[in-house]
Ligand binder design. Structure first.
Ligand code: AYL
Length: 525
């Protein structure tokens, strides 16, 4: 049985993301502020943003980049991110977004795998960016440093000699707009192929969240992650809301921005919701302008949601999805106060879902009343990825021939079509909403000469949601402490992927086919 979205179908225009977002900016909107730098207070109007996007597109086109090229964007949330991201897309380039915290070797892997010919970074991240670029065989003239650095092209250089925006033509339904990296239901990070149509569809499907022209939206969740990319960068621009960028999460600064800019709509992950509910600093700031808080990217506890609602006197919403779905498949609309914030709400327009019992393969039915049994969620719709770049096997394991995508999440649905995420089937760990793929850490651990075997699972944690814990089998004759193991990993990965607990064991429990039995490790604590 297929559950269909109960929302009126959306018409997905077959145009590029640029055309969709900016093709019809009303004359009245041109001189309104589109982006505010939350740190310096500098503002950019829609008129000047559009001019910068055109100039950037012209500059990269003049340097020989266009349809068929991949450029890596490695930066925190700064106003220039908006210009560069949309300028590159305007030139027909496919953008692979890199986590601002990524280590040199992680950047090298992504550059090499995506085939990026140019890395765009910022000076505070240049050490990792440079190491990453060098590792992938990129020379200094294939690195742009937005705010400038000795020996590198800057954004100002690119914008200095204006070229007209190029005339590019591609089919938005098949041309890849972005290549974010995700581990999906298993294995290491893979390039998620999302087309212009995927991104346009998902903005259109997310309009029901209720952000609008009068909203002021602090952007602290990173634009490089699909949540920030679609729900902040694209949805807020499309609805002509005002974006206030913040390069990292600092509670005092965040609250300061909310107060100073009279923020109305907050997009958070559960750790920020926790701070909003509990931290004493909140009471010292004026948050009365806020009308709604949406949490996504990891499970939001029902009691925590209620605590945020009561303390700030706001609507609390929850969204659910996956990089592979651009990402939003479920959300609570702002005008549905009847739906509990402990749920992920309704299937967005144009989507279909199936719920399948992973043990038996039987399809679970939506009940006429009450709540269904739990099973793996599969989804189909115009926002579902084309596949994983250069990895037909992983694509085939994730996408059914009929277009349904395995989410690896366990859900229930009730008679009203409200979904709840109750468990995770896949091996993915979520640290503060960020993906930590166990397979990646296990491969890294196995590269240590003193480690014979290893397995990594997520340990529940109040603040982070989960933290990575490694089970390690030491090689014969090797002596290794937990600290050695943690330091070995920490030196090579982004901070959010650090192993934060270690236990030494005799052998990693595995199935007959060699798969790690994570449930057994979890049960053992
Ligand atoms: P990725 N509740 C429980 N688990 C969740 C939730 C949620 N609300 N949202 C995401 N996840 C987990 O690709 C789940 O395991 O995208 C899912 O498969 O980094 C995985 O995270 C996907 O991780 C929004 C805002 C969707 C954010 C997002 C999700 C972006 C995370 C809709 O409005």
């Amino acid at each position: 049985m297929v559950v269909r979205s109960q929302l009126p179908d959306v018409d997905v225009p077959r145009v590029s993301l640029h055309e969709y977002l900016f093709g019809d900016v009303a004359p009245d909107d041109l001189d309104r502020v589109a982006v505010v730098d939350g740190v310096s207070g500098a503002t950019t109007t829609f008129r000047s943003l559009l001019a910068q996007i055109d100039t950037l597109a012209g500059a990269v086109a003049a340097r020989g980049f266009g349809v068929g090229d991949v450029v890596a964007l490695h930066a925190p949330n700064v106003p220039a991110y908006v210009t560069v991201f949309h300028g590159l897309l305007r030139a027909g380039i496919t953008v692979t977004t890199v986590n601002a915290l990524a280590s040199g070797p992680e950047i090298t892997k992504q550059l090499a795998d995506s085939g990026a010919r140019l890395l765009v970074t910022v000076s505070p991240l240049l050490a990792a960016g440079e190491a990453g670029a060098t590792g992938a065989g990129l020379s200094a003239d294939q690195v742009v440093v937005l705010d400038g650095a000795e020996g590198y092209t800057s954004l100002a250089d690119l914008l200095a000699d204006p070229h007209p925006a190029p005339d590019v033509s591609f089919d938005p339904a098949t041309h890849l707009a972005v290549l974010p990296y995700s581990s999906g239901t298993t294995g290491r990070p893979k390039g998620v192929m999302l087309t212009h149509t995927n991104l346009v569809a998902n903005v259109e499907q997310s309009l029901l969240i209720g952000v609008g022209r009068d909203d002021v939206v602090p952007c602290v969740l990173p634009f490089f992650h699909i949540y920030g990319m679609t729900v902040l960068l694209n949805l807020a621009l499309r609805t002509r809301a005002r974006l206030v960028t913040l390069p990292r999460f600092d509670l005092a600064q965040y609250l300061g921005v909310i107060q100073e800019h009279r923020a109305t709509f907050l997009f958070v992950a559960p750790p920020i919701a926790l701070a909003l509910a509990k931290h004493p600093l909140v009471a010292e700031h004026d948050t009365s302008s806020v009308r709604a808080v949406l949490s996504g990217a990891a499970p939001l506890d029902e009691k925590l949601a209620a605590a945020v609602r009561d303390r700030l006197d706001v609507r609390v919403l929850q969204g659910y999805g996956m990089t592979e779905m651009s990402p939003v498949s479920h959300v609570i609309p702002v005008d549905r106060p009847d739906i509990s914030p402990g749920t992920v709400g309704l299937l967005v327009a144009g989507m279909e879902a199936r719920i399948v019992d992973p043990a038996t393969g039987t399809e679970i039915q939506q009940p006429a009343e009450g709540v269904s049994g739990a099973g793996e969620l599969l989804c189909r719709g115009p926002n579902v990825m084309v596949g994983y770049l250069g990895n037909p096997q992983a694509t085939a394991e994730t996408l059914e021939p009929d277009g349904f995508l395995h989410t690896g999440d366990i859900v229930t649905v009730d008679a009203d079509g409200v979904f709840r995420v109750v468990d995770r089937l896949k091996e993915l760990i979520k640290y503060k909403g960020y993906q930590v793929p166990p397979a990646e850490l296990e491969a890294l651990l196995l590269s240590h000469p003193g480690i014979a075997d290893a397995a990594v699972i997520g340990l529940p944690d109040e603040e982070a949601g989960e933290v990575p814990k490694a089970y390690v089998v030491t090689a014969p004759g090797a002596t290794l402490t937990a600290r050695d193991v943690m330091e070995f990993v920490a030196e090579q990965v982004a901070p959010y992927k650090k192993v934060r607990a270690v236990e030494f064991i005799e052998a990693v429990p595995k199935s007959a086919s060699g798969k790690i039995l994570r449930k057994d490790l979890r049960a053992a604590g």
